[in-house]
Design a protein around this ligand. Structure first.
Ligand SMILES: Cc1cc2nc3c(=O)[nH]c(=O)nc-3n(C[C@H](O)[C@H](O)[C@H](O)COP(=O)(O)OP(=O)(O)OC[C@H]3O[C@@H](n4cnc5c(N)ncnc54)[C@H](O)[C@@H]3O)c2cc1C
Length: 348
């Protein structure tokens, strides 16, 4: 079998690159072994404001300009709804934080997103004596729905194989790659934290940033926006809420832990007073890079091997733009922005 591309991994990175190939009429085959799940457990939020410091997310407006129409087009293509707009209410912790909010609102970057007023809390189930700041024009991609629908689409076309990609079976021939009975021009690796097992790219400085989330049922809470305090509380409908997330920089497993749950409960009980029941608890590893920028490029020795990784905590906004950059680099010989090019980590 001859294809233009083999893609290894079908999370947000693999999906965004697949869509580039579809739009450009390239042939491809995808391998997915369910060894990682970051994209499946993600909160899926997109928001250009860092709510700890009221500073801009790197490159956020340009990423959103590409991401929003990208997901809109996919909703049409897959006949599914997974992009949900919502507002975020940031809980202020002090007068000083309120003042910082107004100072940030004056900056042109935030004009479309941060509302320059303090919203008083009228919900008895929430502790917010200093009120809220509202961020608008944000939302979430329901990644589970998006990935499920896209996988069904691919299965119908026989372009997704649920099997582990075995690195040791790659053979190089001229400008091509042989893998089992497949001949491809490129292999694009999109394995998230799974790249640590990839002998060609495992030296890249990807760090494990394990995150845990719980889902709660809280009928009295009555939120119709995302509440952001030291954690976020995201309404899912029918009185269910997603609550997260933790950061653990040493645990490399996908197992939800008691420690993670306790941390979330402790923070949650500081913000809400309503009764709740935990109904689910999940964990995943964010593929995070030392300098907090993506990892894109070609292997320094094997031209046929490329990577799209390092989406960190913001895969939803980053994946569409980064997939486009990688595609243009491979097919149209455009150069990659220095800050995302993996060559920044190759010692000269
Ligand atoms: C708790 C949590 C909350 C998050 N919340 C948000 C959020 O609100 N907004 C946001 O934008 N981002 C969020 N993220 C981050 C986001 O999930 C990541 O940036 C993104 O999912 C990374 O996508 P990926 O495709 O690179 O990796 P992954 O989703 O890990 O996908 C990699 C895929 O490759 C497969 N794979 C690996 N090795 C092989 C192999 N050898 N053969 C075949 N298949 C292989 C894996 O099974 C996996 O499906 C969150 C992450 C976590 C953990």
């Amino acid at each position: 079998m001859n294809v233009d591309y083999i893609i290894v991994g079908f999370g947000l990175a693999g999906l965004a690159f697949t869509e580039q190939l579809e739009r450009n009429n390239k042939s491809y085959l995808i391998f997915e072994d369910n060894s990682q799940n970051s994209s499946l457990v993600a909160g899926g939020m997109y928001n250009p404001v860092i709510l700890k410091r009221f500073t801009p997310v790197w490159d956020a407006l340009d990423q959103l300009k590409i991401a929003i129409p990208f997901y809109k087009a996919l909703e049409e293509k897959l006949a599914a709804k997974f992009d949900h707009a919502f507002d975020i209410h940031k809980v202020f912790t002090s007068i000083e934080e309120q003042n910082n909010w107004f100072a940030a609102c004056d900056k042109p970057f935030f004009a479309d997103y941060m509302i320059p007023e303090i919203i008083q809390n009228a919900n008895d189930s929430i502790n917010a004596p200093f009120g809220f700041g509202k961020v608008t024009n944000t939302g979430k991609i329901e990644t589970q729905v998006l990935l499920k629908r896209y996988k069904e689409y691919l299965i119908d076309k026989n372009q997704l194989l649920y099997e582990k990609f075995e690195y040791s079976l790659i053979e190089f021939a001229d400008q091509l790659v042989n893998y089992k009975d497949i001949i491809a021009k490129y292999v694009v690796f999109c394995e998230g934290f799974g790249v640590k097992k990839n002998p060609f790219f495992k030296e890249l400085p990807l760090q494990e940033a394990k995150g845990e989330l719980i889902t709660i049922h809280a009928p009295e809470l009555q939120l119709d926006y995302v509440l952001k305090a030291s954690l976020f509380i995201m309404p899912l409908g029918n009185d269910y809420y997603k609550v997260g997330a933790t950061f653990n920089w040493t645990d490399k497993t996908l197992v939800p832990t008691e420690e993670g749950e306790n941390e979330l409960l402790e923070k949650l009980k500081k913000v809400i007073t309503a009764d709740f029941k935990i109904v689910d608890h999940v964990a995943g590893i964010r593929p995070t890079v030392k300098d907090r920028r993506p990892l894109i490029g070609k292997h320094h020795q094997y031209n046929q091997l490329a990577i799209l990784n390092g989406l960190g905590t913001r895969g939803v906004m980053l994946a569409p733009k980064m997939a486009g950059k990688l595609f243009d680099f491979l097919e149209n010989e455009t150069s990659l922005p220095r800050e995302v090019d993996i060559r920044r980590f190759i010692k000269q």
